[in-house]
Each structure stands twice: as C-alpha cells, then as structure tokens.
Design a protein around this ligand. Structure first.
Ligand SMILES: [Zn+2]
Length: 307
C-alpha cells in the first residue's frame, strides 16, 4: 500500500467511527418495551458494566470532594424518589445513587454507572415537576445508553490506531493525535452530538413512561434558550448550545414515538413544597449568612461537569 492510500484508509476508518449518532436516535422507538429491551445490543464497548460502576464510583468520590453537598433529608428524599421512579420506567441495568449539590448552577449530571447529581439551582429554575423530570430523565438516558464508556472505548481505539500514524506522520497523523489528547479526559463528561440526541430521545420516553408530560422538557429548553439570549449562561447546556434543531428534534420525537395520552403529570404538591423550602433556605442564607455561599474555587470544578 502506498503512503497516500494508507493515510486514506486510516482517515476513512476513523471517520466511520466518528459518524454522528443521529441514526442511533431512530432506534429504540418501541416505548412499550422499555425495561425489557436491550438498547445497547450490538454496540461496541470495551468496559464491562461492573468496570463502568467502578469508574463511576471513583469519579463520584472526586466530585464529592470538590462540591458542596446540600445534605438535607427533605430535599434529598424528594429528589431520590423522583429519580428512582424515572429509573423504574427506564432501560437502566444499574442501581442509581442520587445526591443534591448546593449550587446556583442550572445543572444536573450523571456519571457512568448511575451516580447522578442535581444542583439546587436547577430545582429552583424548573417551574413544574415534569420539567425537572425531563432533565433528570435525559441524564438517566446517558447512563442507560452507556455513552461515557462507549465514548471512552472509541477514545482508546483512537489511541491504538494512532500508533501506526507515527510512521505516516505529517499533518493528518498530528491532527488525529491532538484530537485523541483532547478526547480522553473529556470522554466521561462531554458527549458527542449523536449521544445528546439519543439522550433527548430516550429521556423523553422515560419521562413519558413514568407518566409525565414529555412536552415539559421542550418548554424548559425553550425557556433556558431565551435566557441564553439575555446573556445568562445556562450551564446545563453550555457544552452543546440549545439550537432550534435540538428542540425541533425533541418535538418530532414526541410526535412520532409517543402515543398521546388523556392525562399527564405536570406538577405535584411535593415538588411545590420542596421548591418553596429551597427558596426559603436560599433567602435565609442570603440574609443571614452572605459568606456561606460556596467559594468560586469549588464552583469552578463543578462547572466542568456540564452533562
Ligand atoms: Zn446530555
């Protein structure tokens, strides 16, 4: 094989591995089989589920060492019940651990293996339980679809494949090696566009299956998008801007895959109570303890965990 042909072969192979997963989102339309279907069937993953949980546990320890957990039984209990109910209506194969982080960020993120974190700012920003459930279901979907370890598997493969490129050299080899250097540390937290679409699609199904109005997530996305226009950064989506395309796709997903129902849960009295309680906590801390707000150093670490 000539050097030129060899480069082309590698580039084609790598390009194939990078294909956006828009196609994936078209799979798993069988909402009625949620929980019984294997959404990861046939997909390539170097990590066993046990290894994935172990990685998640290690990352969770890092997160908790650098975050301020709320540790309030009323809020923790409510959020845990909400998440576990969504998990029961999902394709989850791992148990979920849920913790609330005391922070103004509009954020929630899930680590591989089922370690889910919700920021108080997100609970306060949601106007209904269905909106909050929509975001949490999206995070649960990242875990059920094993996006972190699938992406890490690809990154590892890139490393293996990039070895022969040392002999090819030139700008192609260098460019790919640069990309690998970036992909590895981010692979557990930032997802490719295809993975985001799949998490939107599956998350909408889980929220719907648990009885929530799936349109609520779309409403929430649109509202946050308007806030972005006003210059307020919605951290939840800072890694992937809320484009019209994403909202349109979510709407299409609902229309195509989810048969309409007579009634949906929009909000609950528990949500209203917990949100009101958090609001009072926040106001009290602003009045009496202005210094109690977590320092910028702690926040900077959590801001990286945008998914
Ligand atoms: Zn996501």
């Amino acid at each position: 094989m000539t050097a030129g042909r060899m480069i082309r072969a590698w580039v084609l192979l790598l390009a194939g591995l990078c294909l956006p997963g828009g196609v994936e989102a078209q799979k798993h339309k069988d909402v009625e089989n949620i929980g019984r279907r294997d959404i990861n069937k046939g997909s390539w993953n170097l990590y066993s589920l046990e290894k994935e949980i172990e990685i998640g546990r290690q990352l969770a320890a890092q997160v908790e060492a650098s975050s301020h957990l709320l540790r309030d039984s009323r809020v923790d209990g409510y959020v845990n019940d909400l998440v576990q109910n969504l998990v029961r209506h999902s394709d989850a194969r791992v148990p979920f651990t849920v913790k609330v982080i005391d922070s103004d960020d509009f954020n929630a993120f899930a680590l591989p293996g089922g370690f889910l974190y919700v920021h108080t700012g997100l609970i306060l920003e949601a106007q209904t339980e269905a909106e909050l459930a929509g975001v949490l279901a999206h995070e649960i979907a990242h875990v059920t679809a094993r996006h972190a370890t699938k992406q890490a598997s690809k990154a590892t493969l890139f490393q293996w494949l990039s070895l022969p490129l040392i002999f090819v050299g030139g700008p192609v080899g260098y460019g790919i090696q640069q990309a690998v250097g970036l992909a590895v540390p981010l692979s557990f937290l930032k997802f490719q566009r295809g993975a985001e679409r799949e998490a939107d699609f599956l998350g909408l199904q889980y929220a719907y299956h648990a009885g929530y109005d799936p349109v609520a997530l779309v409403d929430f996305l649109e509202r946050l998008k308007d806030k972005d226009k006003e210059g307020r950064l919605a951290k939840l989506f800072s890694t992937h801007p809320m484009t019209k395309d994403r909202i349109r796709r979510a709407q299409k997903g609902i229309a195509e895959a989810l048969p309409s129902r007579e009634e949906y849960v929009v909000s609950t009295s528990q949500f209203e109570r917990v949100r009101g309680y958090l609001l009072r906590l926040q106001q009290a801390s602003q009045i009496y303890e202005p210094q109690a707000v977590p320092g910028p150093q702690l926040r900077r670490r959590t801001q990286e965990l945008d998914e």
